[in-house]
Design a protein. Structure first.
Length: 309
């Protein structure tokens, strides 16, 4: 019988980045969060190989690849990555990479199971005890919606995100690896019930519910108030902001057409999130005086097979 000399067939995966509208530093404590997948994506192409390899601009890409390979019990793969998610921008380029690889290798997985595998992989790769929000949004986000997720039960539901509002993300210019920040220390303090940290957690969870109510009632000014309160809590009670970030947030607050803004993500630099009225984007970017990433909501990698929500 003649031997086949065909090269192993390639596989492809694609997953979006995410923003977290509100609900910061509560996911790993079993709180509720409100992320949204966005129209910035990571695309991967891979094929079986003798050894693991990756071509990627995402820092630590090889560690992420190996970690998700271990979680999915995959043989070695050679992977090439393309992404329009700026690394370090707070849009979860790492979660998008993991979910893109997972959906490429195992598109038949349940989306929740895939998100949990990607969460474990990120923890394995970085040593940072991240929550499940980023991976969940990248896997199961839905276009035109935010995703209200209970991180203790993994129950979730889609919440309509209005067309009149545009999501804006502004890079502070302060980039950091979470492993080099007090992220784990803040988490341990919150888990231990340190009063100042818990004041943020409890008030932030209440703000998530209020934010969802305001979205459903189309009370856009209320959304801005809640974003401002969230930033103040993250700055003063959870202490994850920086003077540079605070200055950017306050600058955004003062711009006509901006509903509200806050630090987004783990903190200690990174990006700020602002919600602005549609049509005010050019004015907002000019007033900020730096690059602004305008985002729309998008479908997650596994949403096509998700249960009805």
């Amino acid at each position: 019988m003649a031997l086949s000399h065909e090269r192993p067939r390639p596989w492809h995966g694609r997953a979006p980045g995410r923003v977290n509208l509100i609900g910061e530093h509560v996911d790993y404590l079993g709180g509720v969060v409100l992320p949204a997948a966005i129209d910035r994506h990571t695309r991967v192409t891979g094929r079986p190989a003798h050894d693991w390899s990756i071509e990627s601009d995402i820092g630590g890409g090889f560690k992420y690849l190996r970690a998700i390979g271990i979680e999915l019990s995959s043989p070695p793969q050679a992977v090439v990555v393309e992404s329009d998610i700026p690394p370090g921008s707070g849009l979860s380029s790492s979660a998008a990479l993991l979910v893109a690889i997972a959906v490429g290798l195992h598109p038949e997985l349940d989306g929740v199971d895939a998100a949990l595998a990607c969460q474990r992989a990120e923890q394995r790769a970085t040593g940072v005890h991240v929550g499940v929000m980023d991976q969940f949004a990248s896997a199961l986000g839905r276009r035109g919606h935010a995703l209200l997720l209970d991180c203790s039960t993994l129950e979730y539901q889609a919440v309509v995100f209005p067309d009149e509002i545009v999501i804006a993300v502004i890079d502070s210019g302060e980039h950091r690896s979470l492993a080099d920040t007090p992220y784990n220390e803040r988490r341990h303090e919150a888990e231990a019930g340190v009063p100042k940290r818990m004041r943020h957690v409890e008030s932030e969870i209440a703000r998530v519910h209020s934010f969802v109510e305001a979205l459903r009632e189309r009370r856009f000014e209320r959304l801005g108030v809640l974003l401002k309160e969230s930033h103040q809590s993250l700055r003063d009670d959870f202490e994850v902001s920086t003077p540079t970030v605070d200055a950017l947030v306050e600058k955004a607050w003062a711009i006509n057409g901006c509903l509200g803004a806050r630090i987004m993500g783990a903190g200690f630099g990174g990006s700020i999130l602002a919600l602005i009225e549609r049509g005010s984007g050019p004015r907002f970017a000019e007033a900020m005086g730096r690059e602004v990433i305008f985002c729309a909501t998008a479908d997650g990698a596994y949403v096509h097979k998700a249960k009805a929500i």
